[in-house]
Ligand binder design. Structure first.
Ligand SMILES: NC(=O)C1=CN([C@@H]2O[C@H](COP(=O)(O)OP(=O)(O)OC[C@H]3O[C@@H](n4cnc5c(N)ncnc54)[C@H](O)[C@@H]3O)[C@@H](O)[C@H]2O)[C@@H](O)CC1
Ligand SMILES: Nc1ncnc2c1ncn2[C@@H]1O[C@H](COP(=O)(O)OP(=O)(O)O)[C@@H](O)[C@H]1O
Ligand SMILES: [K+]
Length: 567
């Protein structure tokens, strides 16, 4: 899996690399700047054909240093390059200063003010390319003043004829790379979240904030450039695996014997014997009552398609005819109450359980959740089961390490109201109009802005806190889905960039997700593997089908996606 770093981890890697004596900071900066230019040429082949005109905004730190390298490399290719510098360049850190000095041997730098920027734009019209090298991983507080206003001017660039796109170096400036939240809250830049950079070029590893919250919208597309420090990556991880964050993906191994493509004889040896349906597990999904069994049926279909050997629906008596009329390969058992469910669960071969989709509410349903939790099997708790957990503290006390909670934002807020409040709290009080007569409110806003510091509280922080409290795996859904374990290991799955599938937000899609996850648990996956593999598969199925998707289509796409995966 790809590791996602925080800013602090990236700095630690860089320090370790430089401390080794095998590479200098200046070399890394040169590789970074060259990587940005290469990525630009890879994305827009027309820029390779002839020189163009670029505007580069350089900040007061090493992100600005990268900008000076880009300026020099483009100018060496005969580009017309204009550089605006924020702050006093003479106070740049050493490597950035070296690159500034190299640039000014032949190029010019204008102070970054709104007046200078506007005067340039009025005189020359739009540039062919804008480079944002103001701030990268060193951002600690909101960008303010003229720099913020100029960033606002760049919103929407690249969207009109003859107007060049914005390329962000490492990240759009002001983006908190740990949380994906933009520090600062008003003005064109903050409001133009999906119309800023066309391309963001980052170094070594993607960062967590490139995948969460506002990050993908601001970044546009993401390119990761190898600057040769992977050897030092992970030194900070020793003994601290809990701090790492991974990007969700799925490999053929995650599908085990069901995906084996070896010749039959080899496959037989690889699995030490003949496999039969029970060796792929037996999942059970509990349905709701009459007229409410569709959600659980969708989940069961997901579990069966992903590869569980057997899938049984646990159905209240009155709902049996309805379920019987709708299923074939999926089996059913009558469970009229929690006692009946206890009895059914005495069968140890039922090795993964799912409860919640379409379940309904009230004491009898809460008793079913209790029976499922007391069975202590790998269990997915979704939808109504999550609301029941929020209502009944004694049910929360029964959660165990093998549980996965799969809330969407609303269910998460019901289960963990204080944590959700931290995540959704407005970053700042409501901005007041600068013309406002209410000077006190305006001043309060200004001081809140000045006091805001990064890194901001992130979805990863929130889900880690929730998992620790619940004592089990928690998966918080969305276009950015975060999975965390109580000890802190976290996985991010983002249906963004070239994996965007907004049509996945359709009724019943979450039920299929819960089912795929239950199937993977039945097949012997750990809870993190099952959760990460399921969200990945769920999105791939949506992508394979395309717009127009309804939840029923998702399980039926699984064979196509698996075939492509194991090829
Ligand atoms: N970490 C690495 O391995 C590498 C980092 N490189 C570049 O270095 C960057 C990080 O450089 P730095 O650590 O110098 O940080 P930045 O260049 O991101 O910014 C840091 C400077 O801005 C100031 N600052 C922070 N927030 C501010 C605000 N809101 N308003 C005004 N000033 C503010 C800080 O006090 C500091 O002086 C990366 O993003 C990347 O572009 C590359 O050169 C290649 C290697
Ligand atoms: N913009 C989006 N892009 C991709 N997936 C999304 C997006 N919004 C929501 N999803 C996914 O769609 C599913 C919806 O699940 P859920 O909210 O439980 O709905 P339901 O209860 O109707 O099934 C989740 O897996 C969620 O992560
Ligand atoms: K930047």
């Amino acid at each position: 899996m790809t590791e996602l770093l925080t800013s602090a981890q990236m700095r630690a890697n860089e320090h370790a690399a430089i401390a080794s004596g095998e590479v200098t900071g200046l070399e890394l900066m040169e590789r970074a700047g060259r990587g940005v230019v290469d990525a630009i040429f890879e994305h827009w082949w027309t820029y390779r054909q002839r020189p163009h005109r670029a505007v580069i905004l350089c900040g007061p730190g090493n992100n600005g240093g990268d900008g000076y390298v880009v300026a020099r490399l483009l100018r060496d290719l005969n580009w017309d390059v204009t550089v605006f510098a924020l702050g006093d360049p003479e106070r740049l850190p050493p490597d950035a200063l070296t690159n500034y000095n190299r640039w000014v041997e032949t190029g010019r730098v204008a102070p970054l003010t709104l007046a200078n920027y506007d005067a340039y734009s009025d005189a020359h019209g739009p540039a062919d390319l804008y480079i944002d090298a103001l701030f990268g991983t060193g951002i600690t507080r909101p960008v303010t003043g003229d720099a913020w206003e100029v960033l606002g001017r760049l919103v929407g660039m690249g969207q009109g004829m003859g107007v060049g796109p914005v390329v962000a170096v490492d990240a759009p400036s002001g983006l908190c790379m740990d949380s994906g939240r933009l520090l600062g809250a008003e003005g064109a830049y903050a409001w133009g979240l999906n119309q800023f950079a066309a391309l963001t070029v980052t170094f070594d590893c993607p960062k967590v904030g490139h995948y969460l919250a506002d990050g993908p919208g601001l970044c546009g597309r993401l390119a990761v450039v190898d600057i040769g420090i992977q050897k030092w990556r992970g030194q900070y991880v020793v003994g601290k695996a809990a701090q790492s964050v991974w990007l969700a993906e799925m490999t053929p191994d995650d599908l085990g014997a069901r995906a084996v493509t070896l010749p039959v004889k080899q496959a037989w040896h690889a699995h030490h014997g003949q496999t039969h349906k029970y060796s792929h597990g037996h999942a059970m999904v509990v349905t709701g009552g009459e007229g409410h069994t569709g959600a659980a049926r969708l989940a069961a279909r997901g579990a069966l398609r992903i590869g569980a050997g057997l899938v049984t629906l646990a159905v209240p008596g009155p709902a049996m005819p309805e379920v019987a009329a709708q299923i074939t390969a999926v089996m059913m058992r009558e469970i009229s109450d929690a006692r009946a469910l206890d009895t059914v669960l005495e069968d140890e071969r039922l090795n993964a359980l799912c409860i919640g989709p379409g379940l309904g509410f009230g004491p009898a349903r809460a008793d079913l959740v209790r029976a499922v939790l007391q069975a202590k099997r790998p269990t997915v708790l979704d939808a109504d089961a999550l609301t029941l957990l929020a209502e009944h503290e004694e049910l929360r006390d029964l959660l165990h390490d093998g549980c996965i909670l799969t809330p969407h934002g609303g269910e998460f807020a019901r289960l963990f109201p204080d944590i959700a409040a931290k995540l959704t709290a407005p970053r700042l009080p409501k901005p007041s109009d600068s013309q406002s007569a209410d000077l006190a409110a305006h001043n309060a806003y200004r001081s809140a802005l000045a006091a805001q510091t990064g890194p901001a509280y992130s979805k990863v922080d929130a889900v880690r806190e929730a998992a620790k409290r619940a004592g089990c795996t928690v998966l918080l859904k969305g276009a950015d889905t975060v999975i965390a374990r109580p000890e802190g290991a976290a996985v991010v799955h983002a249906a963004v960039y070239d994996r965007a599938a907004p049509w996945l937000a359709t009724a019943g899609s979450g039920d299929v997700l819960a089912g795929i996850m239950t199937g993977l648990l039945a097949m012997g996956q750990t809870s993190v593997q099952a959760a990460a593999g399921a969200v990945w598969m769920h999105t791939e199925c949506a992508r394979a089908f395309g717009p127009g998707l309804i939840a029923e289509d998702l399980p039926e796409q699984i064979p196509t996606v698996v075939k492509a995966l194991v090829k």
